[in-house]
Design a protein around this ligand. Structure first.
Ligand code: PGA
Length: 253
């Protein structure tokens, strides 16, 4: 398949994974063969407790390591928090910001997400900025306006296609087994592309990777990644097992 944007598949392990998961990570590396490496970039975002270990076992596997969140500041009296500086130091090359579980569980609004994306940028990490509508917002016909508002509020203007990835994750599709139709995904991704061009400029906006996330499985991934402006996938539950994750990525071969 010829593509102008190199695809990216990100596995978000969320609050899952113990030291035994290092064995599973070896299986991710073993399955990432030459054909897959040519076709697609792979990233795993483990819990912070495993970040250092995975990052140090990653060389040679062709899989980059991302964090799941960062603080807006680089250091200071913030018990329990981790800064982008620390995550980069531990071996992360990217960080998810504004995942809907952070927005819901920790009250993170667009301004906070933007400050986190800026912290990532300042410290050389790719910010994977997540946006997505709730079920109620979709039913009220507000999907596109919600997504545009989140992008405007969360994406710093100085970012480029090199240090920014957008994750479109409808809140109602995360962990539910429900997914939007290909047509709905296409509509939202086209709107994200157009809005990104306004925020970070035409050229960078055209090249920035836009991932779909929410109940991606080996059974539906092929259809989702065939959609226009879907430049990869953000995978939660199905990223915990190397076999599932590699099957999903394998559709890019
Ligand atoms: P899911 O999670 O694939 O388990 O639905 C996706 C995500 O929240 O990143």
């Amino acid at each position: 398949m010829t593509r102008s944007i190199r695809p990216l598949i990100v596995g978000n392990w969320k609050m899952n994974g113990l030291t035994a998961s290092l064995n599973e990570f070896n299986a991710f590396g073993a399955g990432n063969d030459a054909a897959l490496r040519r076709a697609v970039d792979l990233m795993i975002c483990p819990p912070a407790t495993l970040l250092f270990a995975l990052a140090h076992s990653a060389p040679g596997k062709g899989i980059s390591i991302g964090a799941q969140d960062c603080h807006v500041k680089d250091s200071g009296a913030h018990t329990g928090d981790l800064s982008a500086v620390m995550l980069a130091d531990a071996g992360a090359s990217a960080v998810l910001v504004g995942h809907s579980e952070r927005r819901a569980d920790h009250g993170e609004n667009d301004a906070i997400v933007r400050a986190k994306a800026e912290a990532a940028y300042r410290n050389g990490l790719t910010a994977i900025v997540c946006v997505g509508e709730t079920r109620a917002e979709r039913e009220a016909g507000k999907t596109l306006s919600v997504i545009r508002r989140q992008l405007k509020g969360s994406v710093p203007e100085m970012m480029t296609a090199h240090d920014l990835v957008i994750g479109y994750e409808p809140v109602w599709a995360i962990g539910t087994g429900l997914t939007p139709t290909a047509k709905d995904v296409e509509e939202v991704h086209a709107a994200i592309r157009a809005e990104l061009k306004k925020i970070i400029g035409k050229e960078e906006g055209a090249r920035t990777r836009i991932l779909y996330g929410g109940s991606v499985k080996p059974t539906n991934a092929k259809e989702l990644l065939a959609v226009a402006n879907v430049d990869g996938l953000l995978v939660g539950g199905a990223s915990l097992k190397a076999e599932d994750f590699l099957t999903i990525a394998g559709f890019y071969r």
